[in-house]
Design a binder for this molecule. Structure first.
Ligand code: GYE
Length: 313
């Protein structure tokens, strides 16, 4: 692991706003879309000098990156925290150094919320609840609302706010349906390889799975592979209902191919709001503590081909 500190040994134009960005990793299509969105906005043409660090899914790397940003005396630190906990010390250091921190995408849990100025978040709990409501409606339409429904879940990175929120939101709705049984929740770290592995385990263990809730699209791709390799099927005409999160392009294509029933969007286009937020802070404006990006969902009743034409990712 090498950090990107050396980049700043070259002279930086004084008029540029220096922003250190600590990114989780490059674990998913969603993550790549979000990184691109940030990189497209924090450009020198737009008045920024960005120092980007990819932590390769390791919190210790993120902490190191933030420490380096402090040493480099950047103007802002943007943190996309892999998990919610463990940030108190390093963010206190940033505050002591007078560097404002912006939390992006995933949330943090701190003793002292004054350690960051604002957060740009996705509402993962709402995403999880919406998945639950969608499933309830779908089962009712199918005349299966009285049937016993066996559910398995593939969870994202343990302790990530996106994992915690989606799990909690879905569990809330599941609790209102006595006939829904969550057989097991297994981790897949938001990656395709681990999604496949966990789905293989679940398929070996249970032969009566009705629904798979997969907390991101890349795990879903792995799960679909596992299901097909086992001679089973998922999607509207398959023997399992497949519900996913993120709604990246490849997932909408998989939905058109009949492999996914519904996909709850998580919006990765966070660069514009991030750039605007920094400009507002530069102007001394008050910025709300939490800003949510807009999100929607997709299912096979929609005209996906047309909808996809306007999507940037
Ligand atoms: O769902 C997943 C990514 O934090 C919301 O992280 C994000 C999640 C997203 O790796 O694909």
């Amino acid at each position: 692991y090498t950090s990107s500190v050396t980049q700043t040994e070259t002279e930086i134009d004084e008029n540029l706003i220096v922003v250190g960005v600590s990114q989780v990793g490059a674990e998913s299509d969603w993550r790549i879309a979000q990184t691109n969105s940030i990189k497209e906005e924090l450009t020198t043409e737009n008045g920024f000098y960005m120092i980007f660090d990819n932590a390769q899914q390791k919190q210790e790397n993120q902490i190191k990156a933030v420490r380096n940003f402090i040493l480099q005396e950047v103007d802002y630190i943007v943190l996309d925290p892999i998990v919610v906990s463990g940030w108190d010390n390093v963010l206190q250091n940033a505050k002591d150094a007078g560097i404002p921190v912006i939390v992006i995408d995933r949330n943090v849990e701190l003793e002292d919320d004054s350690l960051y100025v604002t957060s740009i978040l996705t509402d993962s709990e709402a995403e999880g609840r919406n998945a639950g409501y969608w499933l309830a409606d779908y089962l009712e339409e199918q005349g299966r609302d009285e049937e016993d429904i066996n559910i398995v879940m593939l969870l994202g990175t343990e302790g990530a706010s996106a994992q915690i929120g989606r799990t909690k939101g879905f569990a809330e709705v599941a609790a209102d349906h006595e006939n829904w049984k969550i057989l097991e929740r297994l981790g897949g770290d938001f990656t395709q390889a681990k999604g496949r592995e966990s789905m293989e385990t679940l398929l070996e263990k249970y032969d009566d799975i009705d629904v798979v809730i997969s907390e991101n699209d890349n795990m879903t791709f792995g799960a679909v592979d596992a299901i097909q390799a086992a001679g089973r099927s998922c999607g509207p005409d398959g023997d399992m209902i497949m519900i996913s999160f993120d709604a990246v392009r490849a997932a909408l294509e998989a939905m058109m191919a009949g492999e996914i029933n519904a996909d709850f969007e998580c919006n990765p286009l966070q660069g514009p709001l991030l750039a605007e937020t920094i400009r507002r802070l530069e102007n001394g404006e008050e910025v709300e503590k939490i800003q949510y990006v807009d999100e929607t969902y997709f299912d096979t009743t929609m005209d996906l081909e047309t909808l996809m034409k306007d999507r940037a990712y």
